[in-house]
Write a protein of this length. Sequence first.
Length: 101
Amino acid sequence: MKEDAIEKLAQLLFDKIMEKQEQADLEYADQIQKLYNDGYVVKDITDKLHIDEEERLVGELAKLQTLMMILEEKEEYEQAATIQKKIQVINKKLNEGSGKY
């Protein structure tokens, strides 16, 4: 194969992988939203699993970053800005703790 054909193939593969990842991200966000709407509370499960405050905050941070990415992809910038403020609050709490974040 010529270099340009290999490059086109690589780009097609990359595009397909990104499509699959975006779909998986949307499905994950929908599942999280459904859990939240059904009354699932992170604190309840974290108490049972003996997860400390820092670990809970890191989990919340990951969730919010995923939601923000999805909102930005949908060009819902006002909602993304709201999520960004929550992310900043969590980052501040984490940085006051261990300084790893």
